[in-house]
Ligand binder design. Structure first.
Ligand code: ADP
Ligand code: K
Ligand code: ZN
Length: 435
């Protein structure tokens, strides 16, 4: 029997006219649901807009944008479209204890999320019988449970190895005969280094064939290097917790752009300054509307991710639009080891220490495929009490780690020694090279 290339053939190969029809239908349902959320109800009322005024996909532009700030202001349950007893899980975006956001899911939402992830994994050739290992953090990180449920839905033996302990990770790969691995791109390089140290040749000693890489920006060269090092095919995976997590957009075997599932999301690319749509094929900010979510629908959510829509049809037969590899972000969010960090989180911690001045500088480097963060901060008063400085450094490091989940190198420097800046302070120097 001929095995299909598609897990959901009727949805994946829908012609454009059918996609548009389905989007319009689901958008209408979504708008009805949004009217159960006081926030959206009021937003619409303020500009005299009614769900019935949205007749075509172009009418979407009449709807105001939703931002991360809106999510924060309605933390934790304020944007729920369903009673709380219908919510069965929540996730929180990574590393933000100061200003968290949560996303709520009904059982239907979780099912559809797992279906989306399963569709992605099937698309790159994974099947029941494959052994799928996930090196993503679990818990609040959506890359953990998101891939877990998607891979299980496909019927794969799924290994929740989680993040860290690289030697153990490699032992699982060799002992279990892992055929597919999900990892952030910088970690794939690290795995190879440690395999070399352990005398393991990934081609000879492992069954790895497929790598899923995502959660942080990377170049096509970096992907090719990962493929050569580990002897695998590596596919780019894009997602974010506000849009459930992984499964939003994913490369197909063509490895040329990420299909974004238009039965789940309506895609817009806007100029981040004017907020007007950019001409087709140009780079701008990705704006997404969920049209297949019950608990927490989001209308025109500003992702801050910069990308473009690739022109033309994909030879794989899927008509869902393809996003280009992410080009960066329109805000100051940093991504280290796949974890999102805002400079303000670091500033908030530093400012709690009365020994510290107002000037600080965050430098990002990546020696040997490992992202490193150095935080230099000025002391208020001169001291050569070495023990005091050591204790202070240790305490700052501990508190920063608590907040951003990554251990930075903290350097206390004398007052006036950090470069003075004209105008808007530059707080982050990103010296990372794409490998
Ligand atoms: P994730 O677990 O997918 O990283 P988060 O919500 O923690 O989810 O982070 C989402 C952000 O991570 C995105 O807005 C984007 O900036 C970045 N990101 C996710 N996947 C990719 C990718 N494939 N390429 C570049 N950046 C990505
Ligand atoms: K991320
Ligand atoms: Zn394709």
């Amino acid at each position: 029997k001929h095995e299909s290339m598609y897990l959901h053939p009727e949805l994946e190969t829908m012609p454009r006219s059918e996609i548009n029809r389905l989007q319009m239908e689901r958008l209408q349902q979504t708008l009805q649901r949004c009217m159960c959320i006081p926030f959206y109800k009021q937003r619409f009322a303020e500009i005299g807009l009614k769900p019935e005024d949205i007749h075509t996909l172009d009418d979407l532009q009449k709807i105001p944008f939703t931002t991360k700030q809106d999510l924060r202001e309605h933390y934790p349950f304020g944007l729920s479209a369903v009673p709380l007893e219908k919510v069965v899980r929540l996730h929180s975006s990574s590393g933000t204890t100061g200003t968290p956001t949560v996303i709520l899911h009904t059982q239907h939402d979780l099912d559809e999320w797992a279906n989306a992830v399963a569709r992605c994994l099937y698309m790159v050739g994974l099947r029941k019988g494959d052994i799928f290992q996930n090196s993503s953090g679990y818990g609040m990180f959506t890359g953990g449970l998101g891939f877990q449920y998607g891979a299980e839905r496909l019927g794969m033996l799924t290994v929740p190895a989680a993040a860290g302990n690289t030697k153990r990770q490699i032992k699982f790969i060799t002992d279990f005969g892992t055929t597919a691995l999900h990892a952030i791109p910088s970690y794939a390089g690290r795995l190879y280094e440690v395999m070399e140290e352990m005398g393991i040749d990934p081609r000879r000693d492992t069954k790895l064939r497929t790598l899923i890489i995502g959660a942080e920006p990377h170049s096509d060269e970096q992907r090719r290097r990962i493929e050569d090092m580990l002897g695998v095919k590596a596919y780019n995976s894009f997602g974010m917790s506000e849009m459930c997590g992984p499964g939003v957009a994913f490369e197909c075997p063509e490895q040329n752009g990420l299909h974004i599932w238009e039965d789940y999301y309506i895609v817009e690319i806007v100029n981040p300054d004017t907020l007007e749509p950019v001409p087709e094929g140009e780079i701008g900010e990705l704006v997404l509307t969920t049209i297949n979510r019950e608990a927490m629908p989001l209308l025109r959510y500003r992702t801050r991710d910069l990308t473009r829509i690739l022109p033309g049809d994909c030879p794989c037969g899927r008509h869902h639009k393809r996003l280009d590899r992410m080009k960066g972000r329109s805000d100051d969010m940093m991504i280290l080891k796949g974890v999102n960090i805002f400079p303000i989180q670091i500033e908030n911690i530093l400012m709690q220490f009365k020994e510290l001045g107002n000037e600080y500088l965050i430098t990002l480097t990546n020696l040997e495929a490992n992202d490193e963060m150095t935080v230099e901060v000025e002391l208020n008063d001169f001291t050569d009490d070495y023990g005091f400085l050591q204790r202070l450094t240790k305490e700052i490091t501990r508190q920063l780690k608590d907040e951003i989940l990554i251990t930075p190198r903290v350097k206390l420097v004398p007052k006036g020694s950090l470069p003075k800046q004209e105008g808007k302070a530059v707080r982050v120097k990103d010296l990372r090279k794409t490998l």
